[in-house]
Design a protein around this ligand. Sequence first.
Ligand SMILES: [Zn+2]
Length: 373
Amino acid sequence: MRFEEVVGQKEVKDVLLAQVRAGRLPHALLLAGDTGSGTLALALALASYVMCSEPSENDSCGQCAECVKTDKLIHPDIHFSFPVIKRSSGVTTSDTYLKEWLTQLGSDKYFDLTDWLKVIGTENKQAIIPDDEADNIIRKLSLSSYEGGWKVMIIWLPEKMNGSAANTMLKTLEEPTPRTLFILCSEHPEQLLSTIISRTQRIDVPPLSTDDLSEALMERRGLDRDTAVAVARVASGSWLKALRQLCDADDSKAMLQSFIQLMRLAYMRDLAQLMHWSDSMAALSREQQKAYLNYMQQMLRENFIYNFGRSELNYMTPQETDFAYKFARFINERNIKQFTEEFAHAQRDVVGNVNSKTIFFNLALKAIILLRA
Ligand SMILES: [Zn+2]
C-alpha cells in the first residue's frame, strides 16, 4: 500500500512523512478517526514507507523486495492485532483469524467492524481483542526483526482490547524496544485507557473532504463529475460510505430492471418469458429475493401515488420516474391493495423456504390478472 493509494488525507500524509524523514517517528502512533476516512490505509502506507529500501521523498517505491512483501501482506516484520470472536475452547488470538484478515485486507483496506464480522461469519457476537492476544503481541515484538530494520505492530480498534491485553500493551508502550513502531487505528480513542493515550502520539484523521471524495470517485470509479459530487456529499467524509452508495445504486438498477421486466411480460401475458423471469429470481439468494420484493412493493406504491400528479410525494430516481410515466396508470385503486398483498405474501413464502421458482411464477400469474383489473 502506497500513500498514493490512500484517498485524500494530504495533511496527515505530510505529517507522517515529515516525521519519518526527520527520523522523529514516535514509537507509538494513534491514528484517531473512522476507518472510512482511511486510518487503516494510512497505517499500511506508513508501514510500507518505513520498510521500503528505496523510498522517494513522498512514497514507498512499490517495487523493491520489501515493498513486494508488504504489498502481498507477507512482510515478516509487519504484525496485526484486531478484534475477533472468542472461540469457546482453546486459545483465541488475532492469529486464529489471520487468514480471513489477510484476505479482507488484500481485497480492500476500507471496511468497518460490521464488514469484518461478516467476513468471520459472526455478525451477532461481541468482537474483542482477547486476553490471549497480550502474549501474542509480546512474543511477536520480542523477536528481533527478520530484515534487521523496523518492526511494526498495527492494532486495529485498540478500544476493543480486554483489560489484561490493554495492560500488557501499556507495559510494552512504557518500555519500548528500539525500532518498534506501534500504529493504533482507533475509531473511539475516548474508550482507551488514558495511560495508553498518554504514551502515544495522537494524529487525528478527519473525515474526507467532499472534493477529495469526488476526485477519487471520478479517478477510481469512473463517475462523471455531477454524480461523483452527489455521492460524495451523502458519504459524509467516508470512502466506505461512498463505495456503499455505488453498490446500492447498482442493486437498485438491477431491481428496477427486474420490476420492469415482470410488469411488461405480465402485461403481454408472455408465459414463457415469465417462466424465465421466475428462474432468474429463484437464482438469487433468499436475502436478495427479500430485498427485491421489498423494492417492488415500494415501486407499486410509488406508481400508485404518481397518478395523483403530486411529485413532492414521490421518491423515485429519474429512471424509475421514466418508467412510471408510462406504467403508473396500470396501478390504481382497483388493484393496489391486492398487488401489495401478493408481494407481501411472496415475501413470507421466501422466509418460509417455499420453493422459489413456484413463489415467483405464482406471483407472475397474479400480476397478469391484477394488471387487467
Ligand atoms: Zn520499496
